[in-house]
Design a binder for this molecule. Sequence first.
Ligand code: SAM
Length: 484
Amino acid sequence: MVAYRDMWGRGTDSYLHVMYERLALMKELLSEKGSVYVHVDYRVTGFLKLLLDEVFSSDDYINEVIWFYKTGGVPEKLGFGKKHDTIHFYVKSPTSAVWNPLKERSYLMHKYGFSNIEILEDKHGRYTLVNCRDVWDIPALRGNQPERENFPTQKPEALLERIIKASSGEGDLVADFFCGSGTTGAVAERLGRRWIMCDLGRFAIHTSRKRMIELQRKLHAEGKPYRAFDVHNLGRYERQWWQKAVLKDADGEHRRVVLEFYKAELLPEGNGLLHGRKGRAFVHVDGIDSILTRDEIRNIARAAREAGAKEVHCLAWEFEMDLRLICHELEAAEGVKIRLIPIPREIMEKNRKEPPPFLEVAVLEAEPVYQTEGKKRVVDIKLTKFMPSLAEVPVKELEALRERAVKSGFDFIDFWAVDFDWHDSKPFEHHWQDYRTRKDRSLKTVSDASYDKYPKRGKYTACVKVVDVFGCDTSITVKVDTRK
Ligand SMILES: C[S@@+](CC[C@H](N)C(=O)[O-])C[C@H]1O[C@@H](n2cnc3c(N)ncnc32)[C@H](O)[C@@H]1O
């Protein structure tokens, strides 16, 4: 078998296993009218095809599409230039799949004949329209194209347009579970389809989010419809895999490993909340599968005070929103300094011995700004403080960046948005947003929404979401009182 290794060093058998699970789940989620297009690398297309036949069936296999491009690809030292990719096209059911036949242009090489078919002309010459074939000549993206997002594996919109138009109708739901720069969502939105996109890369999600917002702005300016969307963080599976495969599911082992990397001493008699000691500070290590919440942090601060500590370090994989703000009150009430520290994902790296830096969570603070316009009270939000978490920064750049982050934290904001009437149970509405683009690096620190859509004067909650230049999200809520 081919000696294929992925980023975890897992071989072909493991790759097949991982892909089998994903494809089976995709099939389960797929509508009876739906289709699946699987675009794969030439190194794995062979065994992926067999896997697809296993999950679907060879009767559901409709086309092996060859996406042919003259652009892109580098000349080979040995072998022929690689100028095509393969896309396997399956349906859930050949009798009920949506199918909209598409036409493509076929340019005429000679002048005569074809008296009974329509001949058209564009800047490239005379052509006829023929039924779309399974070899697609679509240029790969080049550096200067406007749709370019600086995402290394970005696909051209024309490629996705063909797929989405052929196999879905308006209002249908299109999903891309490996969305990269968000090409599928952008094309689906433009063509009036609903969409879901997933990716395990933070940069991919960030690029896709900005791309969708930019598209919404464009559609809005053209008076065309578009939809609100939200970003959810569901992925813990890198961590879950680590817990299962390396730590053998033991939570105690997780705490021991984290404390070891943090260079803290394990307290074998820990009281359930204080698990370690580093110098004079106590250390809490939150569970591998949980979020550190307000209630927990209250109990931890109290436990630390009762144990006579002046400082407690809370290490967690995830933190509930607004936790930093609550810590200000707790520090004053309990007389204990609280540090919130995300557990760095590098500790999961294979053969990792050196401890990675443990850096505090981002600090974000904002306040409402009120104005009266006529009889109306209008609201905006002013960012008053931002200090990014430097957890994603390469160690050698850390010192220089730390200094800059303390001095001018706003420089590290790439995107921020406000939902002026936020509710815990509702998706975040991008009522207002600002972000830097490649051309325009400026960014407002006070919104200019003049928000006036509150049903009546009273108390409301706004939510402010910041995405920093490292792609990390930080959100806080801000109390708004329009009677003020
Ligand atoms: C080839 S790129 C997709 C490019 C995309 N079509 C575009 O136009 O930008 C593949 C993406 O899959 C993501 N990915 C890889 N393994 C994944 C997994 N197991 N779950 C979710 N996303 C994954 C990668 O982070 C990467 O962004």
